[in-house]
Design a protein around this ligand. Structure first.
Ligand code: PRX
Length: 648
């Protein structure tokens, strides 16, 4: 892996700038050591104290119940409401008229919502959901563009005790349908469309296709954004603005048990269909609240911009719940980074005086390619802290981010976490940690990671192994929706008592973690996990395909790119036209993100005698092809396949 080589030679250190450390929430190494030690030695005391900073409707009586591991209960007996944590506590205090959301549409239209206004809009939305019969315990699918109503809808669900299941707006109808079915969602919240790269991107047709014939879905609630024409199913479909104008803007928050479901969020695993990761209310909110505060060193005057889509966990925790729980001002942007020009993000930072900026390595690499002169045109002096998430950041991209965006003034927090972990777990603390390009550095409070070998033996410094977490943490997943076995099997069985992350990593002599990426058959494209299985199923569903194997190969832009090995049926012609048709087919079935970068036809796939496709071999082939150019022929693969058969 090229990443391993890169990091091995990395010996640059970037201590926090003195003036940053002086003003930081945590500015001295001793403070981190003291708090970290306390969090491990007296976890109940530590988490109890942090937990009590949230406005509970009924106090919790016990911090952690781990007696039924791996099913954790945090803040046992407590009652709270996530939307009240995000809104009501601020509306009652000095932040009532502080800006909560500063939104900008791709065409340049803007909307600002203060905490008081956001509170009102969330109550209105909650009342609309109620009017449509949505109640506590229901699951509601949200398939939205990046408009304020995406966040409002999530908070409205939380307010009335319904769980949201946000599906990324870039996913195709089939993927949406699968998630609606798995979660048993009874309503879908969507928009007519949104503006993306200068055009209207419709959303309603995908929803129509996804819910066709599904009796379980009684309502499709449509927010008007792009005013594009939409098909309408009478009785089922409702315009949000029609109902919204008829309901009250007051709605008391439901008292939720700390362990009541807050949301489902689907993520890819190595086998089978996507997993509905279960997050509950109390622990998740404590994790979101605390990490936002310390990792981003949040202050009241900050303007925080996390560029993720609300359809991913980063959008859940660091657009909606974390910043709002802290009473922050957040920026939300609808469109693409290059619409109408490549300086759009820097223009937004300049215009809205963004002080904390959180994005993904894949975006940073794209900006690098666009050239230094683009950000150079803007005033980025409002920035004081930068963040990265989603995949290992290569040191070149880190250095570019540091120089060209941070102008060598801003610390960078490279934050490691997962959909399952709910919040950031391995990260620098910007006032304390001397960072190194490519390292997520050290565990956050209460987190006890380790690097182990196949048998669970802890490895020494700089030995690459599996990353595990040795104790539970508040925002951890509580399960996989409807599949207890898969939860136990996938995360807890390999190393009993420890959480298996599925990532490879090493720890250096000073205790810094260097994440090496996924060790399973999951591909990380642009910081988003995709399961090889899902792409394979889509390919095999195509009439001309008999077999398919999908692997990731290194890609300079997207981190990993999808390479598919495909065997076509007898009499079919494996040509460029079919190649294009298959790419389109996958994009249509799953979404553009899953579109294979490369399709290679082969008349046989390398398999073990038991019939398992040898993906490791295909990965090598896919990676090799990238470096030496396209020298492959059909025969090569057949020969390899035969060779492997003989060895087996
Ligand atoms: O492999 C790790 C990578 O992204 C995976 C989690 O993906 P997902 O659940 O989609 O959540 C992404 C946003 C939290 C991890 O298992 N990953 C995430 N952050 C980093 C990372 N790899 C290296 N460095 C990171 N900072």
């Amino acid at each position: 892996m090229s990443q391993i080589e890169n990091v091995l030679h990395e010996n640059r250190h970037f201590p926090p700038p003195r003036d940053f450390a002086a003003k930081a929430r945590l500015g001295r190494e001793e403070d981190y050591q003291r708090m970290y030690k306390a969090s491990l030695e007296k976890p109940d005391e530590f988490w109890g104290r942090i937990g009590r900073e949230l406005p509970w409707m009924q106090p919790f009586t016990k911090v952690l119940d781990w007696s039924n591991a791996p099913f954790a209960k945090w803040f046992v007996g407590g009652k709270l409401n996530a939307s009240a944590v995000c809104l009501d506590q601020h509306v009652l205090g000095p932040r009532a008229h502080k800006r909560a959301i500063v939104w900008e549409g791709e065409p340049g239209d803007t909307r600002t919502l203060t905490y008081a206004e956001l509170h009102m809009e969330v109550c209105r939305f909650a009342n609309v959901l109620k009017a449509r019969g949505v109640k506590k315990g229901d699951r509601i699918a949200i398939y939205m563009p990046m408009i304020p109503e995406a966040a409002i809808a999530m908070l409205a669900c939380a307010r009335i005790g319904a769980a949201h299941s946000v599906v990324f707006g870039g996913f195709a109808a089939h993927a949406l349908r699968e998630r609606i079915l798995d979660g048993g969602c009874t309503a879908v919240i969507t928009a007519d469309g949104s503006f993306r790269r200068g055009a209207v991107q419709a959303l309603k047709p995908q929803v129509d296709e996804a819910v066709q014939g599904l009796a379980q879905v009684h309502t499709v609630l449509v927010v008007q954004r792009a005013k594009n024409p939409v098909d309408w199913v009478k009785g089922r479909d409702v315009w949000y603005h029609d109902l919204g104008s008829q309901v009250s803007v007051e709605c008391a928050p439901e008292a939720m048990d700390s362990e009541d479901l807050l949301f489902l969020l689907y993520t890819s695993g190595s086998t089978g269909k996507p997993k509905g990761i279960v997050h509950t209310t109390g622990g998740y909110m404590v994790g979101a609240y605390l990490t936002t505060q310390y990792v981003f060193d949040l202050r009241d005057e900050d303007v925080f911009w996390c560029t993720a889509d609300v359809g991913w966990v980063t959008g859940h925790t660091y657009i909606v719940y974390g910043p709002l729980a802290n009473g922050a001002t957040l920026v939300m942007y609808e469109g693409a980074p290059n619409a109408p020009h490549q300086g759009r993000f820097w223009e937004l930072i300049d215009k809205h005086r963004v002080s904390v900026f959180y994005t993904a390595p894949t975006a940073i690499r794209t900006f690098m390619r666009w050239g230094d002169d683009v950000p150079a045109r803007y005033d980025l002096s409002s920035l004081r802290l930068l963040g990265s998430v989603g995949e290992p950041i290569n040191p070149e991209a880190w250095m570019w981010y540091h120089r060209t965006i941070g102008r060598e003034r801003c610390p960078i927090v490279d934050t490691w976490w997962q959909t399952e972990t709910g919040s950031i777990l391995i990260t620098p603390l910007p006032g304390v940690t001397s960072t190194q390009p490519g390292s997520a550095t050290r565990p956050f409070f209460g987190i006890e990671p380790a690097i182990v070998d196949e048998h669970g033996t802890e490895l020494g410094p700089n030995q690459g192994g599996y990353l595990v977490l040795k104790r539970p943490w508040p925002s951890m997943l509580r399960g996989i929706w409807g599949n207890e076995e898969r939860f136990k099997e996938g995360y807890w069985k390999k190393y009993p008592g420890w959480y298996f992350t599925g990532d490879g990593a090493r720890k250096d002599e000073k205790g810094f973690y260097w994440i090496l990426g996924r060790v399973d058959d999951v591909i990380n494209v642009s910081g988003h996990r995709l399961s090889t299985m899902e792409v394979e199923s889509a390919l095999v569903a195509h009439a001309q395909v008999v077999e398919a194997a999908v692997v990731g190969r290194p890609d300079a832009m997207t981190g990993q790119a999808i390479c598919a090995f495909v065997t076509v049926g007898k009499g079919e012609t494996p040509d460029d036209a079919l190649r294009e048709a298959l790419k389109e087919h996958v994009a249509h079935e799953i979404g553009k993100l899953a579109r294979p970068a490369e399709i290679r036809f082969t008349d046989a796939l390398p398999k073990t005698r038991s019939g398992k496709i040898m993906r490791r071999l295909l990965r090598d082939i896919a990676a090799g092809v990238e470096t030496v150019g396209d020298t492959s022929t059909l025969e090569d693969y057949t020969i390899l396949a035969r060779l492997r058969h003989d060895e087996d």
